[in-house]
Design a protein around this ligand. Structure first.
Ligand code: NAI
Ligand code: MG
Length: 344
């Protein structure tokens, strides 16, 4: 059989981004060599806050056109201590997601074999955060306007229903905040009800985002596929990552379901200045997102094998400090490569 060949753009960018992306590239190469069912090539794009500081641009002229030629994009993290976060985020990551119409941001969560949820030992009184509001008012005012179009809500909702339909439980939870936000969120609820008619085999339920945080912690087993606005899902997915054990595990895919543009795969975490260069960044999130990338490209078997190898390594206790282990990024990477070579 002729092996399929994939061309992947790698954009490691800032902080621990290069550490985890390099780890994922060696794992993907080992997987391709061992399985022999697909070839994978990486073209490295040196777009980062360093290049921004030198040239005033994250993406050079013509950059998006070269990026468009690849089958997928593997992204690290963008953000530097001396560049404001809104500049870095809009300059690089959103500057790719938006023109490439990667409108579906998908974030799987699960407790990996061999890892533990941080709440397992939580006792009465351990969780008591309290709270105050309207502290020290100085008549300052700020607004954020969120705009929802029927077109955009419909397409993300349809994608959510399709995702739920493809999973065994066919269960979709639609999260909004339509009690307080009575325009955009109500449109969101209405569109959800309309699209639901197209998917009679999918069970849906509705949650307000605040109640959803409780349900995620107290009854995670009652959830399967969740759809929410970008901002609400951004927050919920960090919670989901923490519940699953660490933000160092959680992956995310920025998909263009029309497949007109390459989709982008990245860990959920950022550039983690506090651990950059120490060799302790957990590469599992980037391995998992690499597995999601393979599935998106049609390499289902390789995708499952990669995730299985990663889980086996976690199970053996070869995990980084964020998961309570002593392994370095390199140890986890080498263990996954060995697992791939020995088992497949
Ligand atoms: P962060 O995710 O970089 O770090 C939060 C905490 O999690 C830190 O204590 C860090 O050490 C830990 N952590 C993150 N990834 C880890 C890993 N793989 N292994 C072990 N521990 C890990 O979030 P933070 O500190 O809010 O942001 C730092 C920078 O990253 C900012 O400039 C921010 O804008 C940027 N950022 C970029 C993202 C992206 O490129 N998509 C996403 C989130 C943040
Ligand atoms: Mg986030």
């Amino acid at each position: 059989a002729i092996a399929k060949s994939y061309s992947i753009a790698s954009i490691p960018a800032d902080g621990i981004g290069p550490e985890v992306v390099n780890a994922a590239i060696s794992v993907l190469k080992a997987l391709s060599e061992t399985l022999g069912t697909f070839d994978i090539e990486f073209k490295h794009y040196d777009w980062s806050s360093e290049t921004y500081k030198k040239t005033g641009k994250y993406i050079p002229d013509g950059g998006l056109e070269s990026l468009r030629k690849h089958d997928a994009i593997l992204f690290g993290a963008v953000g530097a201590p001396d560049v404001p976060d809104h500049i870095s985020l809009w300059g690089l990551r959103l500057a790719i997601c938006q023109p490439f119409q990667q409108y579906a941001n998908v974030r799987p969560t699960k407790v990996f074999r061999g890892t533990q949820s941080p709440l397992r030992n939580c006792k009465t009184g351990d969780l008591d955060w309290g709270g105050r509001s309207h502290r020290g008012q100085a008549w300052e005012t700020a607004t954020e306007v969120a705009m929802f179009t029927r077109h955009a809500v419909e397409r993300i909702m349809r994608f959510a229903f399709q995702t739920a339909q493809s999973r065994p439980r066919k269960l979709l939870t639609v999260v909004t905040k339509s009690n307080a936000q009575r325009n955009g969120m109500v449109l969101w609820d209405e569109v959800a009800a309309e699209v639901a008619e197209e998917f009679p085999d999918v069970t849906t339920d509705k949650m307000l985002v605040d109640a959803m945080t409780c349900r995620m912690v107290l009854k995670p087993e009652s959830l399967d596929t969740i759809v929410a606005t970008n901002l609400q899902a951004d927050i919920l997915s960090d919670l989901a990552a923490a519940l699953a054990g660490s933000i160092g595990i959680a992956p995310t895919s920025n998909l263009d379901p029309s497949r007109q543009n390459p989709s982008m795969f990245e860990p959920i975490h950022g550039s983690a200045f506090d651990i950059t260069g120490k060799g302790v960044a957990n590469p599992v999130a980037t391995f998992w997102t690499s597995s999601e990338m393979l599935a998106w490209l049609g390499e289902e078997d390789a995708s499952k094998k990669l995730l299985d190898a990663v889980e086996r390594v976690c199970e053996k206790g070869i995990v980084t400090a964020d998961l309570g282990g002593v392994a370095k990024t390199e140890d986890v990477t080498n263990a996954v490569i060995e697992e791939i070579k020995e088992s497949f």
